[in-house]
Design a protein around this ligand. Structure first.
Ligand SMILES: Nc1ncnc2c1ncn2[C@@H]1O[C@H](COP(=O)(O)OP(=O)(O)OP(=O)(O)O)[C@@H](O)[C@H]1O
Ligand SMILES: [Mg+2]
Length: 301
């Protein structure tokens, strides 16, 4: 059976959708262009999500996710993003400078389109910091490494992203990763070390998402692991749901344990949901009851 869903996506929009579902006021901003850009705006409007997208000359990209229900395999076909001109980028900065002071948290998510400066996320994080707004950065590769210079309040790499970033920082070739889903202490210590490296590179806190292995948070206040019940479904966008819950917790000043429990439960609920950028509240409530959050003590995990 094939189910076809077409909707406005992209990491930032997935995060905005989940935040809206969680009852948080949210504004989606960024760059959009062409007929796909118009479709994205219309779709957001239909979903009741406030948007502040700037129109650009290029055509917004489409991605196609083919998800096989039988073997729970997802394949993504991703177009390159549209080229962004220097004038378009500077308009986005100006607009974000105006928008930032109205926010309680700013989330930056996804890869950078061609044409924007390599330190785009560092620039945006600095603007938010100047406005006194905490930031959450979810990206990978050079965009993440260079973004650290903007001192993001939280970065949320997945396992692959955190090890690749650290390998790059240390000038190594990233090794292929064994699944740390059911990680023993040695592997978790590798993750802790990698996260510590990103913190020394500029991130205040690092939350590593580890698939069904849950979330590992290394923060100035302490280190915790949150583990949701293992579920089956479509994992694409689960990280975006975790980001949304972490951002809501930051905006509302919730303690880390609570943020992490909610992020683990909502992201597990997002796995059960057929498309990225949503979850069933009943799943969330059920999975939250089964989620554990444990502070780090050597050999306690
Ligand atoms: N099978 C699963 N069962 C329960 N929870 C899961 C499962 N897979 C993922 N999760 C939850 O979702 C979170 C995010 O997953 P993952 O680490 O795969 O993120 P990601 O790779 O950034 O995903 P994406 O970028 O596609 O949104 C995990 O930390 C965990 O809480
Ligand atoms: Mg992700």
């Amino acid at each position: 059976m094939a189910l076809v869903h077409a909707r406005a996506g992209g990491k930032g929009i997935n995060v905005a959708r989940v935040l809206q579902q969680m009852g948080q006021a949210v504004i989606a901003t960024g760059l959009a262009g062409g007929t796909t850009g118009t479709a994205i705006r219309d779709d957001l409007r239909t979903s009741g999500i406030r948007e502040h997208l700037l129109l650009i000359a290029g055509e917004s990209r489409r991605t196609i996710t083919a998800f096989s229900v039988g073997d729970a395999e997802a394949t993504e076909f991703i177009e390159p993003g549209p080229a962004v001109g220097p004038e378009e980028w500077s308009r986005l900065l100006t607009s974000f400078r105006e928008l930032a002071p109205t926010a309680r948290v700013a989330v930056f998510a996804g890869s950078l389109p061609p044409g924007v400066p390599g330190d785009a996320y560092a620039q945006l994080c600095s603007i938010a910091a100047t406005a006194g707004v905490p930031t959450l950065l979810d990206t990978s590769g050079p965009a993440l490494l260079v973004g650290l210079a903007g001192h993001p309040t939280v970065v949320k790499p997945n396992l692959r992203e955190v090890f690749a970033a650290v390998a790059e920082l240390e000038g190594e070739v990233p090794s292929d990763l064994a699944a740390v889903g059911s990680a023993g202490n040695t592997e978790l210590e590798d993750v802790l070390r990698a996260a510590a490296r990103l913190r020394s590179g500029g991130a205040v806190s690092v939350v590593v998402s580890m698939g069904f292995g849950g979330l590992l948070a290394i923060t100035p206040e302490g280190t915790w692991r949150a583990v949701p019940p293992k579920v089956s479904g479509n994992p694409v966008g689960a990280g975006d749901a975790a980001v949304a819950a972490l951002a809501a917790g930051m905006a509302n000043g919730r303690p880390w344990e609570e943020r992490l429990a909610r992020a683990a439960a909502v992201s597990a609920a997002a796995v059960r949901y057929p498309v990225a950028g949503g979850y069933h509240p009943d799943d969330y409530r059920e999975l939250l009851r089964g989620t554990t959050v444990t502070p780090w003590r050597r050999s306690s995990w």
